[in-house]
Structures are given as C-alpha cells and as structure tokens.
Design a protein around this ligand. Structure first.
Ligand SMILES: Cc1cc2nc3c(=O)[nH]c(=O)nc-3n(C[C@H](O)[C@H](O)[C@H](O)COP(=O)(O)OP(=O)(O)OC[C@H]3O[C@@H](n4cnc5c(N)ncnc54)[C@H](O)[C@@H]3O)c2cc1C
Length: 415
C-alpha cells in the first residue's frame, strides 16, 4: 500500500482531510491534477501591488472554521462592509450607503436571511418566494444579485429548503472578510508537511470493500480507503472513471445538484476614480456585481455566475472585458475605459479541473447533498458539494467536509 488514505484533489476539502488524518498519525497521499494546491482558492500575487483573488475571496461570517487557520498562520483580515459601502445603480435610481438603509424596501434586505430562515412552505424556488414577498423591483433585483453571487445560480434554480437550511445555520452573518496576504496562505498553512503529488491527474478509481487504486499517468497508487474531493461538475462530466461505476443512488444525486458557470473579471486602473468608502456595486447586466479590492487601490473585481457567466464566456476574453466596461459605464461614465491599464478574465467553467463555479441546490434536490456525502465501500466523499446545512459552496464548508470525511475514516478504523 502506498498510503493509509489516498485523497483525490488538494483543494480546501482535500487539504483539510489530509491535515486531520496526518495529525491523527495516518500516512496520507494527496493526488492533485494541477501544478498547485488550493483548487478554487487561487491568489494572484503579480497582477497588482496587493494580492488579488482569482477564485474564492471572502470568508463569509465570523465563525467558520477558516478562522482557526487564519489565526494559526498569523494572517490579517479586513471587513468589506456589505451595506454602508454599497452603491446600487440602475437606469432610474442611484442609491448609496446610508441612503440605502433609509429606504424601508432596502432595509428589509438586511434581514432577508431571517425571513428565509422562517420559511415553512414547500420546496419552491427562491424566485417564486421573492415574487410572493412583494419586494420593490429594485430590492428584488439586489436580492437576486446577492443570491446569484452567493449561490452561483439564478433564483429560479434555487431551492428554498436549501437556502433556509443555510440561513438557519447562520454562518453567513457577521460580514465578509478578505485575507490581506491572500487566501492561498490559508491553503499553504493547512498543507504544511503533507505529501501532495502535484500535476498528477487521476484517470480511474478502482474500488471495492478491500481497498482503492487510483490510476494516473505516473502509475497506480493504492490504499485501503480514499477520499474523493472532485468538484461536482467534474463528477458530472465523468472526468474520472469509477470501476465499478458508482451506485445509481450516488449518480442520481450527482445529476440532481447543479454547478453553474462562474467568471471573474479583474480590472486594474491607473488610479481609483471612486470614493474610498465604496465596497460593493450593484449594477445592471451584463456584469452587474462588482467590488473594490482594498481602499486606495485602483482595482475592481466582477463576479458573474450562471447564465451571466455563460453569456460573457461566449463572447470570448475581449468580449468579457467589453461587457465589464459596459456595466461600469452606468456608474462611472467613460472613466473605466480611459483608465484601464490591465485586466484578467478567469473563466472557471473553461477550467478542466473545475468546469464551473460552485454547487447549488435546485428545488427538490435538497437531500442530494447528503446522498453524495455518504461513504460507499472504501470510498469517502468530501468537497463543497457534499456539505448540507453548514454552508455548501464555500471554502469553510469545503474544509469542514474534509474534516468530516477524515472523522468517518478515523471512527471506522478505531471502532
Ligand atoms: C469565482 C469563485 C469565487 C468564489 N468565491 C468564494 C468566496 O468568496 N468565499 C467562499 O467561501 N467560497 C467562494 N468560492 C467557492 C470556493 O472556492 C469553493 O467552495 C471551495 O474552494 C471548494 O473547495 P473543494 O476542495 O471542495 O474543491 P476544489 O477547490 O475545486 O478542489 C478540488 C481539487 O480537485 C482537483 N482535481 C480535479 N480533477 C482531478 C483529477 N482528475 N485528479 C486529481 N485532482 C483533481 C482540482 O484541481 C482541485 O484542486 C468561490 C468559487 C469561485 C469559482
């Protein structure tokens, strides 16, 4: 045997599982397709004077497990003020910060999670629920954008039961924090000392009750058990062949969940042309969700999810940049175009090892995450898509899923 436990993928889930198992004295080996660790956590340290995030950016909330690693690694964080720094613009209205909170329809958005947590009906879509709530058109637009960003799906494709479970868990309360040294520093801290085989894509997983073999171009690795942390869209696309095939219940769960496209646009300008208090911008299509990276830095980031990301992706890299400038025009006129120095477009759906943004739960599919998370034979499953109510689709959810899979293995082996 090459290890006590093989872990497929060295993103947040794989690294957290590896850390927990290694700390418990197990020999672990992580097989990672890319030539770097971190998966969807990917910091760029060269694009600007400060680190910029090509993937995950915020720690949502003040009590996720990520904080333990932030403290362990001695990292610093900054709160990105969610509402008072926000500007909301459309063709007819321009609202900023405090003004926003003066409007009852907008103030209601502050307690949106509480309203969702109190929902008691059938598993309808978030879009249907929004319509029933009688939000003003602008408030509904902002709620729609926030959810599209947080859940990587359009409101019509989101289960109210899944949103309710997240709202009840309450992980998202407490603000959005950025790690000033870069999110990748958290991944590096967790990975310290682990045996990670980079640039080693797994092509086939042969599994039985007796053990697991992972076939790669560099040969076959064997262990009594394995943890699979492949992104949902990679599982859906059959990037790795399972022999024998996974049970029908598992493949149905994989098919029932969704992982829509996601894209980030990073813009660097010669200097900032907005006031220092700006944090988030809610604009109109094609690229309506933007934020500043740090006060005083001439950087703006857009996150596009679902059909918006697919639409700009079809326009190519230059088309995506044009789309970004088009939306920013509503807020800043010609300034962005005149002052743009450099840009990056990160199309996560075109990335062969991710193939989308992050998972979401369509109406009726709430139980699929639990089925996906369940072990089968010598195979255990982790990753953001396997998280149930304690924040799927996030880094801290992925970390916790890795720790959960490690505990499953340790419990069985010591039991
Ligand atoms: C644009 C974007 C913005 C985001 N913003 C945030 C945010 O602000 N806050 C937040 O909490 N979350 C955010 N997320 C979500 C967060 O990044 C993910 O939920 C989390 O990083 C997923 O971790 P994971 O370990 O489950 O999956 P991954 O990080 O995808 O790890 C899976 C690993 O498996 C590897 N792999 C794939 N195929 C193979 C193979 N055949 N063989 C071996 N290895 C393979 C991959 O290379 C990868 O390293 C964002 C995601 C995106 C895309």
């Amino acid at each position: 045997m090459d290890a006590d436990v093989l872990i497929i993928g060295a993103g947040a889930a794989g690294l957290a599982a590896g850390r927990a198992l290694a700390d418990a004295g197990k020999r672990v080996m992580l097989l990672e397709a890319r030539d770097r660790i971190g998966g969807r956590v990917w910091t760029d340290h060269t694009f600007a004077r400060v680190p910029v995030e090509r993937g995950a950016e915020f720690i949502h909330g003040a009590r996720g497990v990520t904080w333990e690693w932030v403290r362990h690694a001695g990292l610093t964080t900054a709160l990105a003020e969610r509402w008072t720094g926000r500007r909301i613009l459309d063709e007819t209205e321009r609202l900023a910060g405090v003004e926003l909170l003066d409007r009852p329809d907008m103030r209601r958005l502050l307690t949106l999670d509480e309203e969702i947590a109190a929902y008691e009906g059938d598993d309808i879509s978030f879009a249907e629920w929004l319509t029933m709530q009688g939000f003003s058109p602008l408030a509904a637009h902002v709620a729609d954008l926030r959810t599209a960003h947080a859940a990587c799906a359009m409101p019509a494709a989101l289960s109210m039961h899944a949103l309710r479970a997240e709202a009840r868990a309450g992980y998202d309360n407490g603000g959005d924090f950025r790690i000033l040294e870069g999110y990748d520093r958290v991944m590096a801290a967790i990975a310290d000392g682990l045996d990670v085989r980079l640039a080693t894509p797994v092509e086939v997983i042969r599994w039985s009750r007796r053990g697991v073999e992972a076939g790669t171009v560099y040969g076959t690795f064997r262990a009594p058990v394995a943890i699979v942390t492949l992104p949902l869209a990679a599982l859906q696309a059959g990037v790795v062949r399972f022999e024998p095939a996974l049970p029908l219940e598992k493949t149905n769960a994989i098919a029932a969940l969704a992982m829509a496209p996601a894209m980030k646009i990073l813009f660097r300008f010669d200097e900032p042309f907005w006031d220092e208090s700006l944090t988030f911008l809610s604009l109109r299509d094609p690229a309506p969700v933007w934020w500043t990276v740090r006060p005083g830095e001439p950087l703006l980031t857009a996150l596009l999810t679902g059909p918006r990301a697919a639409h700009l992706s079809a326009r190519g890299l230059e088309g995506a940049v044009e789309g970004g400038l088009q939306s920013l025009r509503l807020a800043f006129g010609d300034e962005p175009r005149r002052r743009l120095v450099d840009w990056q477009v990160i199309n996560w759906s075109a990335d062969p090892w991710t193939r989308g943004g992050y998972s979401s739960t369509p109406p009726g599919a709430y139980s699929a995450r639990t089925v996906l998370a369940a072990p089968c034979g010598a195979l255990h499953f982790a990753g953001e898509a396997t998280v149930t109510d304690d924040n799927p689709a996030t880094v801290h959810g992925a970390l916790r899923s890795g720790m959960r899979a490690a505990t499953e293995i340790l419990d069985v082996r010591s039991g």
